[in-house]
Design a protein around this ligand. Sequence first.
Ligand code: HEC
Length: 205
Amino acid sequence: MPKNLVVVSAAIVSLFATPFALADTAAARAKALEAVKRDFNPRGQASLDRLAEDMVQLICNRTANNPSPENTKRLEAKQLALVKYPADGKLMGDWKKGETLAQSGRGFTWTDGAGGAVGGSCYNCHQIGPNEQAFGTVGPSLLGYGKLRGNSPEIQRYTYAKIYNAKAFSACSDMPRFGHVGALKPEQIVDLVALLLDPASPVNK
Ligand code: HEC
């Protein structure tokens, strides 16, 4: 369903919601969660704690991804405050390593060994290179990202923080919070920043 339709239907539902209907919604939600927990089987490192929501996910899930403007601001500020930067303060790493990471979708599944390498799988949602055989379109194309924006310290900081925790800038973003959840380390995120911002990177050719 288009996003604005979801928003409109959520508004209509809340307009006519009686306490009775709310109780029904809560009961339906509890039933759905029960079914999900019953039907999802933990395997290897993919354990059921992955179904747990943190506060920002909970609020997004309960508002059809449309929290109030004040809540959105508050949630984003909290997420931004959780971003950890590399100890040496350098935000541009090696674009070649970044490219390998961006094009790897391995890691974190039950068939991957725990503690094994985790890729960024950026290609699953973004165009992020000139020679990709396939890429997803859930996120905007990142081709020419650095060419368009330059690589000033502000852009480096934004790009690093966006990859570390996308919800710091868009509370209900569908983009995974790579640094926040520990999928990628700061040393790896700086390589992705270089992939996007280094003038020598294929992204900017
Ligand atoms: C599951 C899909 C998904 C994956 C995987 C994903 N992204 Fe995103 N990304 C998005 C979406 C959707 C947006 C736009 C909404 C937003 O800003 O959060 C976005 C936005 C961005 C932006 C901001 C673009 C701008 O114009 O400001 C950057 C930078 C970015 N992604 C980088 C990455 C990198 C690097 C990776 C891999 C480590 C990655 N993304 C993986 C979905 C994804």
